[in-house]
Design a protein around this ligand. Structure first.
Ligand SMILES: [Zn+2]
Length: 206
């Protein structure tokens, strides 16, 4: 993608250079999010209010987990009944994109996943067993969240104020699949919960 040196269609400010499959970027100078499509830029929505919280996770600060590194380039905040959490879109050491979900001490690292079947949300009741790509998963959480703020860049269009139904499914060997449903479409990611005490910040102690 070659969106370097592009300007915000709302305020004219220079958009940050994107690094990974960016389809949407939040302007640093105004309240806009900008959709990057077919070499055209258009204002998509607003980026919302992101209250700052003390966290190891910050845009542009590399983290390590065991032997892996993650550089967060996008931060999306979602509110739900129990509070809020952040989804960081990050670049791993191999240059691939991962989602790092941070809900206080509960952290999951997930990669985009093709569920391979068409699903109906009605099948995803708590405790339901679902076969995905030949493996059995169980629905362990079902809830609804609303996007409240966006910063940085994302591989998909996200909108402040949009509501998402989501489910966590547990599979063999601690594997986690997250399904999101909005506007009639599923998005899926697959990964594992990680031990927050093994995450290190490159700037720790600085
Ligand atoms: Zn702008």
């Amino acid at each position: 993608m070659g969106f370097d040196g592009m300007n915000c269609p709302n305020c004219g400010g220079e958009l940050p250079a994107t690094v990974l499959h960016a389809k949407m970027v939040a302007c640093e100078y105004c309240e806009s999010t900008v959709l990057l499509e077919d070499d055209a830029l258009k204002t998509a929505g607003t980026k919302g209010v992101m209250a700052r919280e003390p966290s190891l996770f910050a845009l542009g600060r590399t983290l390590t987990y065991r032997r892996e590194t993650f550089l967060p380039v996008g931060q999306a905040r979602f509110s739900y009944a129990q509070g809020w959490w952040d989804e960081f879109w990050a670049v791993d050491g191999g240059g691939d994109g991962v989602w790092v979900s941070v809900d206080e001490g509960e952290i999951a690292v997930e990669r985009p996943y093709d569920i391979g079947i068409s699903l109906s949300p009605a099948r995803l009741s708590l405790g339901a067993n679902i076969a995905l790509n030949g493996e059995q998963f169980t629905v362990t959480e079902a809830d609804r969240a609303t996007c409240t703020a966006l910063r940085g860049e994302f591989p998909e269009a996200l909108f402040v104020g949009q509501t998402y139904d989501y489910w966590h499914l547990f599979g063999p060997l601690g594997r986690l699949v997250t399904l999101e449903y909005s506007d009639g479409e599923f998005a899926a990611s697959e990964g594992v919960w990680v031990d927050p005490y093994l995450i290190r910040s490159e700037n720790a102690g600085a």
